[in-house]
Design a protein around this ligand. Structure first.
Ligand code: PDD
Length: 286
């Protein structure tokens, strides 16, 4: 089946889908995005993603390109037209097309683009054996809570991880605080069994997977704390894992040159994988 994209009101063959060169997303990174997984053609935690999309738009004073109801109709139609059962939905909204000027243009319609891709799930052995990560300075701007398309510092950090043949870069403040990964949130399990992740503030993207996991952990009676922790505490942790829409719950067994815990996937991480997989199944039947 052909790959179809949605571009400003039209469903177009992906190969020919394009936007104008003066789209402000292209010139200024003046836009936001969401990436949502779907299984059996059903969005996973769609409402939470749509809520975050609305919030990102509001924070940047970009108008909603279409109302919430219409957005859902377009999403359903696009998934249908692409004929995929499982995969990822990318939604991008930019302030629109206007003559290049830093000041917001007046009377410009925001641009809405959506694409569908295959699931970017890690390999089976990465879930069972865990992955290695490195630490890198967090060079991003100060509003990481907005899911902005401005990802230059993120991609540089991810590239460095690739260069060093590891899965992810943990982004650190100058004082060693671990904010999050270049495209993921970070959890550690303390030696006493508490699940810890950075508080949802302007220093991190409040991941949907992160929020869901915190709720699932609390419900299962696992002690949780949302607080800052530094790279030394992370390396001394009993367990660690990273989370996102595409990687789910991915165990981390090595940070820089240090094994985390015994260097294998720990019991709390396994439990969180189980709980999250059950959450996916409950919502989507997959
Ligand atoms: N990235 N932090 C950052 C910087 C991210 O880019 C992401 C996700 C997350 C996790 O958020 P969520 O659980 O809502 O996916 C945290 C997506 C997958 C991406 O950029 O494609």
């Amino acid at each position: 089946m052909a790959r179809i994209a949605y571009v400003n009101g039209r469903y177009i063959d992906h190969a020919y889908a394009n936007v104008h060169i003066e789209d402000r997303g292209y010139q200024f990174s003046d836009g936001i995005y969401e990436y949502i997984a779907f299984y059996n053609k059903k969005l996973l935690d769609g409402d939470l993603h749509f809520k975050r999309l609305e919030r990102s738009l509001k924070e940047l004073q970009i108008l909603e390109p279409v109302n919430a109801g219409a957005l859902k109709v377009i999403v359903r139609e696009l998934i249908e037209r692409n004929g995929r059962e499982d995969g990822g939905l990318y939604i991008q909204v930019t302030r629109g097309v206007a003559k290049r000027d830093h000041v917001f243009p007046k009377n410009v319609r925001p641009a809405l683009v959506m694409t569908i891709c295959g699931a970017k799930t890690p390999k089976a052995h990465e879930f069972t054996d865990g992955v290695k990560v490195i630490s890198q300075p967090d060079n991003r701007w100060a509003r990481r809570d907005i899911k902005s398309v401005s990802l230059l510092a993120n991609i540089l950090a991810k590239q460095e991880a690739g260069n060093q043949k590891v899965r992810e870069s943990l982004l650190l403040e100058k004082d060693g605080t671990v904010n999050e990964g270049s495209a993921s949130n970070v959890f550690i399990v303390t030696p006493s069994g508490t699940l810890v992740t950075h508080q949802a503030d302007e220093d991190i993207l409040g991941g949907i997977t992160r929020d869901v996991l915190l709720k699932l952990a609390k419900k299962a009676g696992i002690k949780t704390e949302e607080r800052a922790f530094n790279i030394i505490e992370a390396k001394d942790a009993a367990e660690a894992f990273i989370t996102s829409t595409s990687i789910n719950v991915l165990p981390v067994v090595k940070i820089d040159d240090r094994l985390v815990g015994k260097g294998s996937v720990g019991a709390v991480t396994k439990k969180m994988q189980e709980l999250y997989n059950a959450h996916i199944y409950k919502q989507t039947g997959k």
